[in-house]
Design a protein around this ligand. Structure first.
Ligand SMILES: [Zn+2]
Length: 62
């Protein structure tokens, strides 16, 4: 069975779970694009998205 990736509606973290491992909010299957943050302290995107952890994040979650 193929893995369906989901993205958190609150913090945009990409996960396989139905609830976000970072903030505990529900995740959605409707999302587009993603960025991988390896060092949030140096990432312009992370700063703009308000991310304070490293990981994979969706650019747009519906
Ligand atoms: Zn989250």
């Amino acid at each position: 069975m193929a893995v369906t990736y989901r993205a958190c509606k609150e913090c945009s973290a990409v996960t396989e779970e139905t609830t976000c491992l970072i903030c505990g909010n529900p995740t959605s299957r409707e999302w587009q694009g993603y960025v991988i943050i390896v060092d949030h302290t140096k990432s312009e995107i992370a700063r703009r998205m308000g991310l304070e952890v490293n990981g994979k994040f969706a650019l747009r979650v519906r």
